[in-house]
Design a protein around this ligand. Structure first.
Ligand code: PLP
Length: 295
């Protein structure tokens, strides 16, 4: 079955889909994106992804390409045409096409919009049950990583280093030793007294939609939560560590570089939160497409 992409107003076979060479996304990474998990044919946290998209665009002064209702309808149609039941939808909005010039086009141009879908959602359950290794990498990204921009070269380089070290993810560490997040997920530790610690929202991390949902599920389950920075040294001495993200859900970390976390197996809190998250996505229904979905 050939994949269908939505590109600037048209549904096209993915092989025939293309963008203009003077698209500012292509030349300046002047674009933002969202990746939403499709689970049993339904989007996970669609309303929250729409909210974050709106925020990223507004921080960069790029107009919404159309209403949220229209974006939702196109996303649904891409999911339907590709017959995705478990997978992901990638949505990218850019400032548009203009003659190459660093400053914004003098006359605003139409924002560009691309939506594609992919089959297959994240790593298998057996990967999560075994836990994963992460590789510490210097956080060399720009100062506004709270904006979900497509400028992901530092993330790509860090992830490549992780893959070459047979690690699942790269863990970003600042020069002062703080763990910010991972290359495509948020990082958490569990302290000896079972408190959950994750970096607070700031310009130094992407406010993960999964991070937010896991915070909510963890609070409801009665866990103590500390949104504060933690160091690599604290992580190495932690009881547990895990990652959260759209494609990873809750992923136990059992090793940082060559150092095991605790006894080197997934911790009970990480596995409990993973189960709670899976129960949450399994309980989605048609209301999941609502842009004002209750949280
Ligand atoms: N941090 C970074 C740098 C990311 O790229 C991502 C997702 O791509 C996340 C965190 C997790 O965000 P979300 O839970 O919204 O997928």
């Amino acid at each position: 079955m050939s994949h269908v992409a939505y590109v600037n107003g048209r549904y096209l076979p993915q092989k025939q889909a293309s963008v203009h060479i003077e698209d500012r996304g292509y030349q300046f990474a002047d674009a933002v994106y969202e990746v939403t998990c499709i689970w049993n044919g339904l989007p996970v946290d669609h309303a929250a992804h729409m909210r974050r998209l709106r925020r990223s665009l507004s921080e960069l002064r790029i107009a919404m390409p159309c209403s949220e209702a229209a974006l939702t309808a196109i996303t649904r149609e891409v999911v339907r045409r590709n017959r995705v039941t478990r997978g992901t939808v990638y949505l990218q909005v850019g400032r548009g096409v203009a003659v190459r010039n660093h400053s914004f086009p003098a006359k605003p141009v139409k924002p560009s919009l691309v939506i594609v879908a992919k089959h297959g959602a994240g790593p298998t359950e057996s990967v999560a049950q075994a836990g994963v290794k992460v590789l510490a990498q210097p956080d060399i990204r720009w100062g506004r990583v709270d904006i979900k921009s497509i400028g992901l070269l530092p993330n790509a380089l860090a992830k490549q280093a992780a893959v070459e070290a047979k690690a699942f993810e790269a863990l970003f560490v600042t020069p002062s030793g703080t763990v910010t997040e991972a290359s495509a997920s948020n990082a958490w530790i569990v302290t000896k007294d079972k408190a959950l610690v994750t970096h607070p929202l700031s310009t130094e991390i992407l406010g993960g939609v999964t991070r937010d949902t896991v915070l909510r599920l963890a609070k409801a389950a009665g866990y103590e939560i500390q949104e504060r920075p933690f160091s690599l040294a604290e992580a190495l001495a932690a009881k547990e560590m895990f990652l959260t993200g759209t494609t990873t859900f809750v992923m136990p970390v059992v090793r940082v570089n060559e150092r095991p976390i605790a006894n080197g197996s997934p911790g009970s809190v990480s596995l409990d939160l993973r189960q709670r998250y899976i129960a949450y996505v399994n309980a989605l229904d048609e209301r999941a497409w609502a842009v004002d979905a209750p949280r």
